[in-house]
Design a protein around this ligand. Structure first.
Ligand code: NAD
Ligand code: IPM
Ligand code: MN
Length: 356
């Protein structure tokens, strides 16, 4: 099969891990007789430096013309510490999600058994945890009206959802639940927020079309607690943009590290595949970032955008094999990991390529 992929590596460790994700796609193409062609596009701080904009028009054009996007991360410490900056790297990521209509962000939380000891959670609580988050990605407080008033002394962001936005993400989540353990948990704050009351109303309506799916509603505060108390109680979780952002970083501790979590952003146009982590200033340039989230994002691309299930499974199995062989990047290593098994970004990439 011929596929055209746009690589948007972005900033910080985004550059480092995306290079490895791409190598894995290349190896798959060679092994399975596919032809993957690539183009690169700018975003974030890198794009601001080159063009003045965090999301140049050309990045959208190239993305729309492609079959899938492999994305790294955006962010730079310069902006994190300057609340007054008007142009910011993160606007690039929010902008591309909106421009491409990528309203559903799938974040699978699956613990590789070999990493049971990498988590700070007790193994017996963790073992067997397998959650699929559906984070709504183009609405909520991220895209509502915002601004300042009172001469800048009052600031506001608006949490806003429309019925159709909740309905379309709900349908995706229920459809997924039907292919899994037929359990769906919707997370909101309907005891306080009007937008959450609409959210809950729409989930209840959509649930009538899926009588086989057992639905529960949890408030975000309780959900955050239950996720750590008993992760196995969850199958599919559907939630809004900001709650989903926070809960999935929390859930990374079920998988062992931020460096393990991949995601797929899908909707109206070309799918975008990215680790859930950011540009990680604290380790940028050290070559130690875990590339497995990018590699697993490439696997999601193969499966969801290209329908290459066998190829996607091959990638996940290769990762499993490397972990079984004891190899770790330092974020997933523990006291029992021998020094010669702790690899840098490139080293972990080489092991996965060799295992493929
Ligand atoms: P972060 O996800 O970049 O890092 C959080 C922690 O996890 C850090 O200690 C980091 O070293 C570690 N980590 C993350 N990915 C890792 C990997 N692959 N391997 C090993 N360790 C890893 O979040 P942050 O520190 O809050 O934010 C840093 C910057 O990234 C900010 O500018 C933020 O806006 C941006 N950000 C971007 C995205 C994105 O592009 N999708 C996501 C989150 C944060
Ligand atoms: C993520 C990130 C982004 C978000 C930021 C960088 C805009 O945290 O992809 O999870 O909040 O969605
Ligand atoms: Mn996030």
């Amino acid at each position: 099969m011929k596929k055209h992929i746009v690589v948007i590596a972005g900033d910080g460790i985004g550059q480092e891990v995306t290079a490895v994700g791409k190598q894995v796609l290349d190896k798959i193409a060679a092994q399975y007789g596919h032809e993957f062609t690539y183009d690169e596009a700018l975003i974030g701080h890198a794009a601001i430096e080159a063009t003045g904009s965090p999301l140049p028009e050309e990045t959208i054009t190239k993305s729309l013309a492609s079959d899938a996007i492999l994305f790294g991360a955006v962010g730079h410490p310069k902006y994190d510490n300057d609340p007054t900056a008007k142009v910011r790297p993160e606007q690039g990521l929010l902008g591309i999600r909106k421009a491409l209509g990528l309203y559903a962000n799938l974040r699978p939380i699956k613990l590789f058994d070999e990493l049971l000891s990498a988590s700070s959670i007790k193994p017996e609580i963790l073992k067997g945890a397998d959650i699929l988050f559906f984070r709504e990605l183009t609405g909520d407080v991220y895209f509502g009206e915002r601004g300042r008033k009172d001469n800048g002394d009052t600031a506001y962001d608006t949490m806003i959802y429309s019925r159709y936005e909740v309905e379309r993400i709900a349908i995706k989540a229920f459809d997924a639940a039907m292919t899994r353990r037929k359990k769906l948990c919707s997370v909101d704050k309907a005891n306080v927020l009007e937008s959450s009351r609409l959210w809950r109303e729409v989930i209840q309506e959509v649930s009538k079309r899926y009588p086989e799916v057992a639905v529960e509603h949890q408030f975000i505060d309780a959900a955050a607690m239950l996720l750590i108390k008993d992760p196995k109680r969850f199958d599919v979780v559907v939630t809004g943009n900001i709650f989903g952002d926070i809960l999935t970083d929390e859930a990374s501790q079920i998988a062992g590290s931020m460096g393990m979590l991949a995601s797929a952003s899908v909707g109206d146009t070309t799918g975008l595949y990215e680790p859930i982590h950011g540009s990680a200033h604290d380790i940028t340039g050290m070559g130690v970032a875990n590339p497995l989230a990018s590699i697993l994002s490439a696997a999601l691309m193969l499966d969801i955008s290209f329908g290459m299930k066998e190829e996607a499974d091959a990638v996940v199995n290769a990762v499993d094999k490397v972990l079984k062989a004891g190899y770790r990047t330092r974020d997933i290593a523990d006291a029992s990991t021998p020094a010669d098994k702790i690899l840098n970004t490139a080293g972990m990439g080489e092991q996965v390529l060799a295992a493929l």
